[in-house]
Write a protein that binds this ligand. Sequence first.
Ligand code: NAD
Length: 429
Amino acid sequence: MTNIYMDALSRLDKAFSFAHIETEAITKLKHPQSILQVSLPLRMDDGSLKVFTGYRVRHNTTRGPGKGGIRFHPDLSLAEVQALAFWMTIKCAVVGIPFGGAKGGIVVEPKLLSRLELERLSRAYMNAIADFVGPDKDIPAPDVYTNAMIMGWMMDEYSKIVRKSSPAIITGKPIPLGGSLGREEATGLGGFYCIQELANKNKWNPKSIRVAIQGFGNVGQHIASILYENGYKIVAVSDSQGGVFRSEGLDIPSLIEVKKSTQKLRAVYCTGSVCEESNAEKVSNEELLALEVDILIPAALENQITKLNADNIKAPVIVEIANGPITLEADDILLKKNILIVPDVLANSGGVTVSYFEWVQNKAGFYWTLKEVNQRLEEIMVREFDNVYKIMQKNTIDMRTAAYVHALNRYAEAVASQGTQEFFDKITG
Ligand code: NAD
């Protein structure tokens, strides 16, 4: 096991003493249930053959089938997939949806593939993991560098294998193929509901709240748009190629337009850089993280705030829309600086919540309106944000630990209903 997975697990120990949970239940959580590694031979357009490595990790299914995204990234590692699967177990418990945690991905630079290569690779991955996943076993979804179209290909491949239409095998699909209205923007919208709760508690006026967002992909763009529409001042955004800053606030709709229109469509991705916004200053990703803003939103990848740059952070509030953007050591530094961190397992849980709605709609064969989806999402996000906030205040702990305590209590209830050590000791003793 490498650091990212060890780091992820060590958050359990911090939460343990505040949760109503037995040690043996925690021990179970420290071991992923099953791990699958696959080799994916791919015929490239030029006739050559390349072999890619794929993973699927099911972390824990005590509370329901595994649920978690599929990531395509050249730096993907098994330890990272294990950490992401573990966070899914915690996240589903935080929001109280009946799923366990899972995650998967392929070690690949998808921007270098043609569209046909990308489709073949996506189908090959589903083919290789088809016995491991299933609508009642483990349900994938999009993550970094995968999108609705890729989910549609994978659903089609699975349906061919099982010889029946199986929309509930995967979520985040295109709407005409059984996707849910509101899924694409759900992660950003869920994060926004968390920020609104903070705004209500702190009596913020959105117009005076300055926000910086690292990562301008699916979730980065959506949370930027929603905050912009609600009057917040987004002063900086960045993608993998760098960032832009404008003290008076950026025009987010036109920035999204620039990003879309300048894209170099190598596959089905948006690869244009936000750096092409003309009336703004350029900033590096490091500079963006250190800006004097009221809210910092990491919405890119893991390990962006580390012990090396945590001291430079000036924002009093960080909302983790990415999974695992702050390392364990950086967390301690930020907490000493009294920075409030709304943790990933709560802040970005809107995505898996609407994925759950999509799965429910697929199973029922009955589809909801956007209003119904968003109302149900808001209800869950506001309720669970407040639950976590109360645990934080009651125990005088940080919000991440409070979210873990909340998740562990829910997980412990599920474990206890199958019998704890105390229960079995009474019978045999
Ligand atoms: P995406 O592929 O659509 O976007 C990722 C963005 O991050 C891109 O704009 C990319 O250019 C940028 N990026 C990559 N490296 C960067 C760097 N070093 N600095 C700045 N920007 C960088 O992915 P996404 O779906 O938006 O996911 C982003 C994060 O949100 C991930 O951590 C993912 O696990 C998490 N997340 C996504 C969802 C979802 O529904 N898509 C749900 C929960 C959590």
